[in-house]
Unconditional design. Structure first.
Length: 301
């Protein structure tokens, strides 16, 4: 039978700069979790999170390489360009977090009490974890939208910032549930509502972009995203003022860390983390608003 559909395999998926970066991601990811599982070891929630990051990113990267190499992504009812760009940014954030957490909690210079072999495996795993982060960051750099280029929304600065905003919100939620005492005042509950609302809407924007369903909406998606970003800036401004006042003002909270506060179980520490990342997300939304007015959405790439 004569084929009219072109080559069955896309060799550019593994020979292009982006393809090479993905192969390195697969290699470094496999090496990292293999070293940890074999002799390095992990424990508690921090170690479990790191192992989840490395195995999850490895599995999705293998899936992406397979789909692009075999052209199977053309059979999926999603916006492939938006999906790969969103995952690359998410994997970059997750891998850099794991690359910091694992050596911080599991690597030590002395052999006692874990033994020199285990120590060496943990050091090697930390090195590969750092290389894994670099490989994912390289993909983000290679696939980001260039000036004047028609590309998928998630590859633009605004699209990439959406992933960062959602990731920062997850850090805020983690600090909130760690005995932050946010339910003590109605004002701090308002801040939690702001974080939750903005997180949910941001995830919805990413979901519509990845699934390529923007065109089926009855309202202009592009304009709605810009309006939402403006509203998010205002909401985060209110939280950036209210949260520090009700947590660190002497009338409502404590301007200094209590001396008897246990390490790792101190509400003041959690409140400080929330305050810091509130300002981080506020800055991200302001930058997002500046860029979102200059882009055009493309849902079919």
């Amino acid at each position: 039978m004569e084929s009219t559909g072109g080559p069955y395999l896309n060799t550019a998926a593994v020979t292009s700069p982006v393809g090479i970066a993905r192969l390195l991601q697969m290699t470094f990811g496999c090496a990292t979790f293999s070293l940890v599982a074999h002799r390095g070891g992990f424990s508690a929630a921090y170690g479990t999170f790191c192992m989840f990051v490395w195995t999850f990113c490895f599995a999705i990267t293998v899936f992406i390489i397979t789909c692009e190499f075999t052209h199977l992504h053309s059979c999926l009812s999603i916006s492939w360009g938006n999906f790969t760009a969103a995952f690359a940014m998410l994997a970059t954030l997750m891998s850099v977090t794991a690359a910091v957490i694992y050596p911080l909690y599991f690597v030590q210079l002395d052999c006692y009490p874990i033994g020199c072999e285990v120590r060496d495996f943990r050091i090697a795993a930390s090195v590969f974890a750092g290389l894994l982060f670099i490989a994912y960051a390289a993909e983000v750099f290679l696939t980001r939208a260039k000036p004047g280029q028609v590309t998928s929304y998630m590859a633009t600065v605004s699209g990439l910032l959406k992933i960062v905003q959602a990731f920062v919100a997850c850090i805020i939620f983690g600090a909130l549930v760690n005995d932050s005492q946010y339910s003590k005042y109605v004002a701090t509950q308002w801040c939690v509502a702001v974080y939750s609302f903005c997180f949910v809407v941001t995830v919805v924007v990413v979901a519509f972009s990845v699934t390529g369903k923007m065109a089926v909406l009855w309202f202009p998606f592009e304009r709605s995203v810009v309006i939402y970003t403006f509203v998010a800036v205002l909401l985060y401004m209110s939280a950036a003022v209210i949260w520090p006042v009700f947590c660190f003002d002497s009338k409502y909270g404590s301007p200094r860390r209590p001396g008897l506060c246990a390490k790792g179980r101190c509400p003041w520490d959690s409140q400080l983390v929330v305050a810091i990342f509130t300002y981080v997300n506020l800055l991200l939304y302001i930058v997002d608003l500046a860029y979102s007015q200059r882009i055009r959405f493309v849902s079919h790439l």
